[in-house]
Design a protein around this ligand. Structure first.
Ligand SMILES: Cc1cc2nc3c(=O)[nH]c(=O)nc-3n(C[C@H](O)[C@H](O)[C@H](O)COP(=O)(O)OP(=O)(O)OC[C@H]3O[C@@H](n4cnc5c(N)ncnc54)[C@H](O)[C@@H]3O)c2cc1C
Length: 264
C-alpha cells in the first residue's frame, strides 16, 4: 500500500521534462520467459507480456494464478524493470507458509501461463528528468525491487540529481540485484550505496554488523534540509520503523513515499 499523495507535491516535483505518460491498467496474459535464483530465498521471474503497455520505475502489478480446478489467487508484485518493453521482470521472496510466494519461488516454470493487471501506482514512482531534487532510497530486503528501476533509469538517463540508496539485508547473500547495482555505481550518474547487514557482512570488509538503528539511518541518509525526495520500501514493520525514525530525525514526511509489502 502506498502513502497517499499530498496536495501540491506533484507540482513541486515536476518542474522539468515532459508530462508523464499515463498508462491505463488492464489485465494481460503473460508467459514465464525465464526464472533464476535471486537470493537463497528469492527468485527472479521474467514474464513475456505481449500486450504490456510499459511502466514507470516504481510501479507494480497484480499477478493472478489460476489452478486447473479454476481456483484463483492474486498478489501484488513490484516491477524491477521499466520502460516500453514487453518483458516484465519481478523478484519474489518466499514467505514461509504463504499461499502464493512459495509457488512462484519453487514451482513455477518457464512456459507457464498467468495473468497480470497493471501497471499500477502513480505515486511511488520516480521518472528521470522530472525533478531537480536529490533522491534518497531506503530498502529492506525485497523492498529493493521497485527502487532498482529508479536506480537503473537514473543511470541510463545520466540524470545529474544525486541518488543515495540505503539497503538493509541480513547477509551479503540476501542482496537482490547486486550486478545491476554495481553497474549503476560504475555509471556517471551520481549514486552512493550503503549496505546495512544485520547478521553478517562480506568477509574481510570490516563493515559493522547489526540491525538498522535510528543513528545508522541518520548517518547514512541525506540530511533533512537536503530537499530530498525519499522512497521507503520493505515489509510493513520495516517501513513503519523507518518512517518513525525519519520523523524523529527531522525529515518532512510529506516528502517521503512509502510502499509496504505486508507482514506483521
Ligand atoms: C504494492 C506491493 C508490492 C509488492 N511487491 C513485492 C515484491 O516485489 N516482491 C515480493 O516478494 N513481495 C512483494 N509484495 C508482497 C506480496 O504481495 C505478497 O504479500 C507476498 O509474496 C506473500 O504472499 P503469500 O501468498 O506467499 O503469503 P500470504 O498467504 O498472503 O500470507 C502468509 C502470511 O505471511 C504474511 N506476509 C505476507 N506478506 C509478507 C511479507 N512481505 N513479509 C512478511 N510476511 C508477510 C501474512 O501476513 C500472512 O501471515 C508486494 C506487496 C505489495 C502490496
Amino acid at each position: 500500500m502506498s502513502t497517499p499523495p499530498v496536495d501540491g507535491l506533484e507540482a513541486r516535483i515536476t518542474p522539468r521534462g515532459a508530462a508523464p505518460v499515463r498508462r491505463r491498467p488492464a489485465w494481460h496474459p503473460a508467459t514465464v520467459a525465464a526464472v533464476a535464483p535471486e537470493t537463497p530465498a528469492a527468485r527472479r521471474i521474467v514474464l513475456d507480456v505481449p500486450t504490456w503497455p510499459g511502466n514507470d520505475p516504481g510501479q507494480h502489478l497484480d499477478l493472478r494464478l489460476t489452478a486447473e480446478d479454476g481456483y484463483q489467487a492474486s498478489r501484488s508484485y513490484s516491477i524491477a524493470s521499466s520502460g516500453e518493453g514487453t518483458r516484465v521482470t519481478l523478484a519474489v521472496d518466499r514467505v514461509e507458509g504463504g499461499e502464493v510466494s512459495p509457488f512462484l519461488v519453487d514451482a513455477i516454470e518457464v512456459g507457464d501461463g498467468l495473468d497480470v493487471h497493471g501497471p499500477l501506482g502513480g505515486w511511488f514512482v520516480w521518472r528521470p528528468d522530472e525533478s531537480d531534487r536529490p533522491v534518497q532510497l531506503i530498502a529492506g530486503g525485497s523492498g529493493i525491487v521497485p527502487l532498482l528501476p529508479m536506480v537503473t533509469a537514473h543511470a541510463e538517463a545520466d540524470d545529474p540529481v544525486p541518488f543515495r540508496l540505503l539497503y538493509a539485508t541480513r547477509t551479503p547473500e540476501d542482496v537482490f540485484f547486486r550486478e545491476e547495482l554495481d553497474a549503476a555505481l560504475r555509471a556517471t550518474a551520481p549514486l552512493e550505496v550503503t549496505h546495512v547487514y544485520s547478521r553478517r557482512a562480506p568477509s574481510g570488509s570490516g563493515e559493522a554488523v547489526g540491525r538498522l538503528t535510528r543513528e545508522r539511518l541518520g548517518a547514512s541518509v541525506l540530511e533533512p534540509d537536503a530537499g530530498a525526495l525519499v522512497y521507503v520500501c520493505g515489509s510493513t514493520p520495516f517501513v513503519e520503523q523507518v518512517l518513525r525514525w525519519l520523523g524523529e530525525l527531522g525529515h518532512d514526511l510529506s516528502d517521503v513515499r512509502a510502499e509496504r509489502f505486508g507482514g506483521a
